[in-house]
Design a protein around this ligand. Sequence first.
Ligand SMILES: Nc1ncnc2c1ncn2[C@@H]1O[C@H](COP(=O)(O)OP(=O)(O)OP(=O)(O)O)[C@@H](O)[C@H]1O
Ligand SMILES: [Mg+2]
Length: 396
Amino acid sequence: MEYINGIEVIKAFGKAKSSYERFVTAAKEGASCYVEWMRKCDIPFSLAMVLTPCTALTVLPFGGLFAMNGSLVPADFIMIILLSVGLIQPLITCMSYSDDIGKMKTVFGEITGILMAEELSRPGQDEQKPADYSVSLKNVHFGYGDKEVLHGIDMEMLSGTVTALVGPSGSGKSTIAKLIASLWDVQEGSICIGGVDIRRLSLEEYNRRVAYVSQDNYLFNDTIMENIRMGRAGATDEEVIAVAKKSGCHDFIMQLEDGYDTIAGGSGGHLSGGERQRIAIARAMLKDAPVVILDEASAYMDPENEAVIQASVAKLVQGKTLIVIAHRLSTIADADRIYVINDGRVDSSGTHRELLQKNGLYKNMWEAHISVKDTVNTENCGKNKKDPEKGGAANA
Ligand SMILES: Nc1ncnc2c1ncn2[C@@H]1O[C@H](COP(=O)(O)OP(=O)(O)OP(=O)(O)O)[C@@H](O)[C@H]1O
Ligand SMILES: [Mg+2]
């Protein structure tokens, strides 16, 4: 599976020979494991196959003995002989299932492991109504397994504002987004929406309030129409098309062979990264939830589509709580509040201008961002063209 799934990387890095060798080694190991298994079962299985049909070896002498001393009626003795012969075939069939039973035990063990995993404990109905759609995190700790990733995060995201999370790769931004989207529970601290701890809200109601576009978008192996409609079951085709137009999907969808009825392919494999992202945004827009989380939602987009989507998102989120994660700092410089996350902690927060004045991590990141843009401009244009973004948030 790894060989087939990773075939693009293998080809791109010229590893076809060494990777194929790994595949051959794995196949040979599989074969020798099978032979070893057969060898272990060889003697007990052969003995069973030889001895089981020999029921007569025990039935005849013992039955004869009991018949002679009168404890067994001759008619019963004959019946037992007949039955013992008839039992052989079902017994052999049962034995042939023994390896299937072994396989089933392994599969059941794995499935049971998943079924027994701890569930999010949420009430069936909201225990308290949130006052608004502001989101706040208080001293949030969270880790995957034993490794703690977030070490006490405090944040405040007000209704009707745009909050951006920025920071180095691996600092924990997506983890914060997933916790707000309620994919996991915090291990310490709390996340509140409108002043109510999300653990006191019903999961179904909560999911209706939050639209989350993740970093790696998943499209189901269904038509594009249905993939977008997943945002709100019951939306009409016209509503789906309207939202697709707003998120810059409509044109490319119409160019596909079957338009909106085109099957997106396993995890959206037949579409480009940017196209998948736009469909995921359309799905979130259709949901029309009061809290919207966009994790690197425009990372794969070309500048034209990014502008279309930013304009639509700006309209969409009026009066909503928008949480955006972005590496391209120019896309979030206008945010009402920016949180800089570093190594699972909030390094600093404020507006773009305030953070630049603090001379901290944000300023370094911004300067790195600008200098990369300068380098690209210089290389592209052959002259050092001044970047308008250097003017600051308003220009950005
Ligand atoms: N499912 C997971 N299991 C174990 N560790 C994980 C998992 N997801 C993330 N991590 C780890 O948690 C840390 C934070 O990851 P996270 O995805 O939140 O970073 P990020 O800030 O979003 O990074 P990026 O900017 O690259 O998207 C990383 O060290 C990562 O290796
Ligand atoms: Mg991330």
